[in-house]
Each structure stands twice: as C-alpha cells, then as structure tokens.
Design a protein around this ligand. Structure first.
Ligand code: SAH
Ligand code: SF4
Length: 379
C-alpha cells in the first residue's frame, strides 16, 4: 500500500477510505494482491456506480478480496445530521463526518424554463473544507474559522450520499438516472486551498469509471488563489472556473476579502487570463452586492473594465444576510440599477435568482446555526 502516494492526505500506512482511490491505484493494489484485473472494474462499480455503503454489500467480489479490502481500507458513508427543504425545491443537507465535524451540501433543482418545462437537472453545491481560513467579511464560513481540509472521499461522498438519499426519500420509486449532473464547488471552504484532495475528487466526479459527470458541468469557485488557478489551468480537464470577485478595485476588495492583500487584483486577473488561454473557455465572475460596500458607480466602472478585459459574464448575487454579520442586502432597485449600468457598458450580466433563502442556503449558514444550537441540528 505504500506505493499509492499521499495525494488524498491520508498518512502512508494508515487505513484509507476506499472512495479516495482512483482507478490506477485500485488496479495496482488488486493486482499486487493477486486478483484478476476485471475485479477492479467491479470494485469501482460498487464504489461509484452502485454507491455501496459498506464492503459487505459487494457480494460479487470473492470473500477473500472483501476481507483484504476490509483489512486495508475502510468505507464510512457520511451521516445525515439534518435535512432542510425549501419551498422552491432546494434541499440543504448537514452531514456529520467520522470525527464529528459538520459540513453541508445544497441540492438545487433546475429552474422552470420560460415555456413552463422543468428539466431533471440538479446541481449540487459541495463543500471542500470544514470552515474556511480566508475570513471574508461577509461569509458565514469565514466567521467560523478554519478547522480542516476534507479528504477526497468526504468531497466525493457528498454527491454519492445525495444519490443514496434520493433512493430512500418519500418512498419514491428508485430512479435509474443519477440525480446530480452538475457540481459546483461553492459550499463551505476554499477549494483551491485543498488542492490535492480537490483534484482527486474532481477526477472521481469526471472519470468514466467514477461518476462520469462532464468536466464542463463541474465548476470550481475561488476567492482568488492566483497560483492555484495557474496550476489548475495546467490540468487537461475543461473544469469551469468561477471567481468570487465582490470588489472591482483593490481598496474595496482589501476591505472585505483579506486574500486580496496576498494576491491583489492585477495578479488575480492575469491568472484568470492564463486559465482562459489554457482552456479556451470563458470564466464567470461572481459579484455579491452588499449594501453601501461595493455597489457604487466607481465599482460599476471598474467591474465593467475587468469584465471587458476577461470577456467574461458577470453574475450579480444580492447578499444573503448572515446572523452575527452586520451587512445588508441592497434594495431591488439598487440591484437593478447596478445591473443596468453594467449592461449599458456592454457587459453580459445576470442577477442570480436565489434559491433556498428560507432555509439559509448561503455558504456556511446552516452549519453556523447548528453550532449555535447543537440540539437543533439533530433530526
Ligand atoms: N471559497 C470559495 C467557494 C465557497 S463560497 C469562494 O469564495 O469562491 C461560494 C460563494 O458564495 C462565493 O462566491 C461566496 O462569496 C458566496 N457567499 C458567501 N457568503 C455569502 C452570502 N452571505 N450571500 C451570498 N453569497 C455568499
Ligand atoms: Fe472562505 Fe469563500 Fe467564504 Fe471567503 S467566501 S470565507 S474564501 S468560503
């Protein structure tokens, strides 16, 4: 087992979770143990297609192999600590990890189209860390501080656990099709600060032997870790990149996002250009509108210039207030004025329709509430 590297963060020699393995590692281990290579396909099928919750379920693997797997690895599904359903169909999950820490994922159904149709497309917003070290002034995860990185399997199992959940909920007939076909790394934590485990999880999401979700349907959101943006640009997969900008000048961004002092705007934007050049595809800029902080005309001007330089689309998101943070959401009129001013400058701009606001579906909020009222977290 020592040859399988430490990509997933586990110490060498310590038992690892099976869902941190990729196909190459699983193949090497099974062949080393003297098994036929088709057993690897069976094992990966149990892990990522059938979403097995235990090694015992893998009934078509020989008992000897199951014993070997149980001796060298563990398989520990996330435990559902709380589920909240919004009136608009958004579902927020609070998961308890093996060490008792809590993380969250949010399942967002596709919006109803103009013709009244609704696709089966579901997006899952996935967490990458417990808490976050970056301390953005508006964010519940930042308020909480950093606890630890998620291992690759803890990222992957957020998707698998939602698939398992749909099989048991409401007594619905089990569906053949996967529920989640779009993944956004926009939950708790800064994904690019957990680079090795993130990229392993993305590989599992994307690979045909894994969840087989197209790279174009996987979005990584970052507060602006310029070196890791350049590193991700070097990977062959066409992952989508979203930049949490939230301030279009260094003085505004410095005030609300401490990361900007390390990687100021010019450094961030040139890393974004490198990403676009390497991938040949557009990035998105996310811009939360916070009343009186980043909604001035100077920001419209500067944001317009940045968006033109990157030829990117801007998503405006009215701020979702967080308990304990004294920031406010601007009026609908102010949001409309900001949008129109950008539009008049020739920028492609949308105001993101918020989902799940009645269940606090913004970054980190469910966990924050649960930490304050520990008993309320248990359903
Ligand atoms: N750390 C990464 C990804 C997680 S946050 C990042 O910052 O991009 C996902 C998104 O939610 C970010 O754009 C973040 O700025 C935004 N966000 C955080 N708190 C929010 C709030 N209270 N209201 C609206 N958006 C929020
Ligand atoms: Fe961390 Fe992103 Fe929240 Fe900033 S916005 S504190 S980087 S999770």
């Amino acid at each position: 087992m020592s040859d399988i590297g430490n990509n997933t963060g586990a110490l060498s020699g310590e038992p690892r979770e099976l869902r941190s393995l990729n196909a190459d590692e699983a193949g090497r281990i099974l062949v080393e143990w003297g098994h036929k290579s088709y057993r690897v396909t069976q094992l990966l099928g149990w892990l990522y297609k059938k979403r097995a919750g235990s090694i015992d379920e893998m009934t078509d693997l020989p008992k000897g192999l199951r014993d070997q797997l149980a001796g060298a690895f563990f398989l520990k599904p996330l435990e559902l600590a709380k589920e909240q359903r919004s009136r608009d169909g958004t579902v927020k999950f609070l998961w308890r990890l093996a060490d008792g820490e809590l993380i969250e994922s949010v399942l967002i159904p596709a919006s109803i189209g103009r013709d009244g149709s609704q696709s089966d497309r579901h997006t899952l917003c996935v967490s990458s860390q417990v808490g976050c070290a970056y301390g953005c002034k508006f964010c519940a995860s930042g308020l909480m501080g950093y606890k630890r990185n998620l291992d690759a399997y803890e990222i992957v199992d957020q998707v698998l656990a939602v698939e398992r959940w749909q099989l048991t909920k409401d007594g619905d007939a089990p569906k053949q099709e996967a529920l989640v076909n779009n993944i956004v790394m926009m939950g708790m934590g800064e994904p690019l600060a957990n680079y090795a485990n993130l990229t392993r999880a993305l590989e599992i999401f994307n690979s045909p032997w894994g969840l087989n979700i197209g790279a174009r349907k996987i979005t990584v959101s970052t507060s602006g870790l310029a070196p890791q943006i350049r590193q991700l640009a070097e990977t062959p997969q066409q992952y989508h990149l979203a930049i949490s900008l939230h301030g279009a000048t260094d003085d505004v961004r410095d005030k609300i996002m401490p990361i900007n002092r390390k990687y100021p705007l010019e450094e961030l934007i040139s890393a974004c250009e490198a990403y676009q050049q390497a991938k040949g595809r557009m990035i998105w800029v996310e811009y939360i509108l916070i009343d009186g902080i980043n909604t001035g005309l100077d920001q419209v001007e500067a944001l317009g210039c940045l968006a033109k330089r990157l030829q990117c689309k801007v998503n405006l998101i009215p701020y979702n207030p967080v308990d304990g943070i004294g920031l406010k959401r601007p009026s609908d009129e102010a949001v409309g004025r900001f949008r129109d001013a950008l539009y008049q400058r020739g920028i492609r701009v949308t105001v993101r329709i918020e989902k799940g606001t009645d269940i606090d579906a913004a970054c980190g909020q469910l966990r924050l509430k649960s930490e304050k009222q520990p008993t309320a977290a248990r359903s």
